[in-house]
Write a protein that binds this ligand. Structure first.
Ligand SMILES: Cc1ncc(COP(=O)(O)O)c(C=O)c1O
Length: 382
């Protein structure tokens, strides 16, 4: 364990569970352990808790509760959307996505390619913005699904998913967005858009791990991924993870309340950190700077260092940050997001992501600013 108190600047990997979330979940492991499908009053307590959580998530997403499907996390939400779109469009063999998606979209689409689907990966420019020039030709009547993330987990760059979803709908094409990083950080009003599916994950918004949700536009047809019992209105078989769902519900409610704080306080923390690093350390560039970004994320390239070394030294000082997404940490491959932005392997491998949450403080930023220049100087001297 680090000697210093932990400073967690890796909120895009996961977040501290809010104590109010833990408190709300506890009774559903202890006295209220009933099965929501039970016809007796004990079961109804759990069923009512699930219903309340659905309303809380719906308020965060800006949709009707009936449009919310609970899943085992963001990865399953993504897989469910992809599966449904393909089941309903057996004759359409084309998929559209971006070159900077999370592996929870990349990998299922790669697997589909191996089964005869063709996948078009729309590129990004040097700021991380999606290259939408050819999009009108790319989305056509052979397309089964467009899947584009709302916000990038590495750079925080936002994609114009609402406008792109409208284009997809004009052509009768399902549109999925992985909003796992966007939810709770930027306002969402999904039912006012042409988006067919939107994925979120509890552990990115101070909720528990292993639970998430998929928004499903009630105007579009749906085919379940899991078959079995009739839970979730027949849309997802399997006894509900009641404590997790309760936790997601409370996390969503708290995230909705804290949205303004993200835009002001969390953004101010990120901006102060970014500005100070640029002032105090030479040869630093902001990956995704100049694009519309999440308020909590900064991705910085430190000329002449290896991010892996910096992460180890930061860790020794009790500081968590990340190079690329957490799922690929430990691998030496440069980030696919940064290379898609046209950066060299060197720049990609010299980049660190710092992502903040409402639990971070100015004092923590000051502490990291004390340590980071020395770490960069030492690595540059090697
Ligand atoms: C953009 C994005 N999509 C999907 C996921 C996967 O979500 P989960 O960990 O809930 O399966 C993550 C988590 O890192 C993510 O950042």
């Amino acid at each position: 364990m680090p000697a210093d108190p932990l400073i967690d600047f890796d909120a895009n990997a996961t977040t501290r569970v809010d104590p109010r979330v833990v408190e709300a979940m506890l009774p559903f492991w202890t006295e209220n352990y009933g099965n929501p499908s039970g016809g007796y009053r004990f079961g109804k307590i759990a069923a009512n808790a699930v219903r309340k959580a659905r309303e809380q998530v719906a308020r965060l997403l800006g949709c009707e509760p009936e449009a919310v499907l609970f899943t085992s996390g963001g990865t399953e939400a993504n897989a469910t959307a992809i599966h449904s779109a393909l089941e309903l469009n057996p004759s359409r063999k084309r998929l559209v996505t971006s070159s900077v998606e999370h592996h929870a979209v990349i990998k299922p689409l790669e697997a589909l390619e191996a089964h005869g689907y063709s996948v078009t990966r729309v590129g990004v420019d040097g700021k991380g913005n999606l290259d939408t020039i050819d999009i009108d030709h790319i989305i056509n009547n052979e397309t089964a699904l467009v899947s584009l993330m709302a916000a990038n987990n590495e750079t925080g760059v936002l994609f114009p998913v609402e406008a792109l979803a409208s284009k997809a709908r004009e052509r009768g094409v399902f549109f999925h967005t992985d909003a796992i990083q966007a939810a709770g950080k930027v306002p969402l009003k999904v039912s006012e858009t042409a988006i067919s599916f939107m994925s979120i994950s509890a552990h990115k918004i101070h909720g528990p791990k292993g639970v998430g949700a998929l928004y499903i536009d009630r105007r579009v047809a749906f085919r379940p991924l899991f078959l079995g019992g009739g839970q979730e209105g027949g849309k997802r078989a399997g006894t509900e993870n009641v404590p997790g769902i309760v936790g997601l519900g409370v996390a969503a409610e708290l995230a909705a309340e804290a949205l303004e704080n993200e835009r002001t306080e969390v953004a101010a923390l990120r901006d102060f950190f970014e500005r100070s690093v640029l002032e105090r350390i030479s040869g630093v560039r902001v990956n995704g700077g100049g694009a519309c970004r999440l308020p909590n994320t900064t991705n910085l390239a430190f000329e002449g260092i290896e991010a892996e070394g910096a992460l180890i030294m930061l860790d020794r000082a009790g500081i968590c940050a990340s190079a690329g997404s957490a799922c690929t940490a430990g691998s030496l491959a440069p980030s696919h997001v940064l290379t898609a932005m046209g950066f060299s392997r060197e720049r990609a491998r010299s980049s660190l992501r710092f992502s903040f949450s409402r639990f971070n403080t100015r004092a923590e930023v000051e502490r990291v600013l004390e340590v980071l220049p020395g770490i960069v100087a030492r690595l540059r001297g090697l």
